[in-house]
Design a protein around this ligand. Structure first.
Ligand code: NAP
Length: 309
């Protein structure tokens, strides 16, 4: 039977297990995919704690971890056009991705370009797509300055790169350990920690035109003080209630195949590097998850499954 990494109840890492599962059967509009790589994201461990996405309920138990994959189509469900068995694809699975097989809805599935590895493709549907959606939402003019908090993680590294190709000046707030990484992505580095607004003002004396927050809490509140126009404040790292109190908004996710095509195209053109900095096999999924759950990831962590290149 195929293997999957699951949580059996809501709680901490003690709820996790690598188990045998039935091979899923694709319903209408779905593809069965042999997973070659699965991206690891903070939302994965948050779902294990019982976290429910806005507009959706908590995961049904037992639940397979994961929200982004790349792999090969093994079966095509009813009413599907444009995909065939053997196609190389990537996207946001119906319910979990740390598994040998998963189901992808065609609405959030794209063909993987030949020049993109499975590992890199699996790093795009959550982090890079969130970065892309937020930059579109902010709609800053060329030459504007965008401050990013949590800039050295999976989403932050993608924001800095997409900002640069859109002609924005990026200022990345991250720990000193990530200074070189942030600068290598074309951004000005501002060390994280108390009094961040003063350091940001010094680093961007021309002012900050937009803030893309990935941390929330005090960091979000302090970053907000840099803006005169709070409609240019967005977050992926705090609740809608918290950011709306400050005059800002949650990032609006498109969750469609067009965004997946757009970010893959950026990678193929050499404008976006997914920066996969850690890979683990499925039987070491726990270590992959801990790498992200510790809260100080650099770039992306990906689980690779046999046959991945
Ligand atoms: N709504 C959505 O669709 C969506 C999608 C993707 C992600 N998200 C959310 O966005 C957030 C970021 O995701 P991610 O994948 O980029 O996470 P990640 O890869 O784990 O990176 C998080 C980064 O935040 C930094 N950080 C942690 N605490 C900090 C603090 N107090 N001050 C400043 N920086 C701090 C860490 O770097 P240092 O080591 O430098 O502290 C780390 O690089 C998460 O909350 C995630 O759940 C939401």
């Amino acid at each position: 039977m195929p293997k999957a990494y699951v949580f059996t109840r809501f709680g901490g890492p003690e709820t996790e297990a690598l188990v045998d599962v039935d091979r899923p059967r694709p319903g209408p509009g779905q593809l069965l995919v042999a997973v070659r790589a699965a991206g690891v994201n903070p939302v994965d461990w948050k779902q294990r704690t019982g976290y429910a996405r806005a507009g959706g309920g908590a995961r049904e138990l037992p639940a397979v971890f994961g929200n982004e994959v790349a792999g090969v189509v093994a079966e095509v469900g009813p009413d599907v056009t444009g995909f065939a068995v053997g196609d190389e694809v990537f996207g946001n699975p119906v319910a979990g991705g740390y598994a040998e097989y998963t189901l992808l809805p065609v609405t959030v599935t794209a063909h993987k370009p030949a020049g993109l590895s499975f590992t890199d493709a699996a790093a795009l549907p959550v982090a890079a797509a969130t970065a892309y959606d937020g930059i579109v939402q902010l709609a800053l003019p060329e030459g504007a300055t965008l401050l990013v908090t949590g800039a050295g993680g999976g989403v932050g590294a993608a924001i800095l790169q997409i900002a640069r190709i859109r002609g924005l000046r990026a200022v990345g707030v991250a720990s000193d350990a990530k200074k070189d990484f942030v600068e290598s992505l074309g951004a000005v580095h501002v060390p994280s920690g108390p009094d961040l607004a003063a350091r940001a003002r010094a680093a961007a004396p021309e002012g900050v035109d937009g803030v893309y927050d990935l941390v929330g809490g005090d960091v979000l509140a302090e970053a907000a003080t840099l803006l005169t126009d709070r409609t240019k404040l967005i977050t992926a790292g705090a609740s809608a209630e918290d950011v709306e109190l400050l005059g800002g908004a949650r990032v609006l996710r498109a969750r469609d195949a067009a965004v997946l095509d757009a970010v893959a195209d950026l990678v193929v053109r050499g404008d976006l590097t997914p920066h996969v900095t850690a890979t683990f096999p499925l039987d070491r999924a726990a270590e992959a998850l801990r790498t992200v759950e510790e809260g100080h990831a650099r770039g992306k962590t990906v689980i690779v499954i046999e046959g991945t290149r």
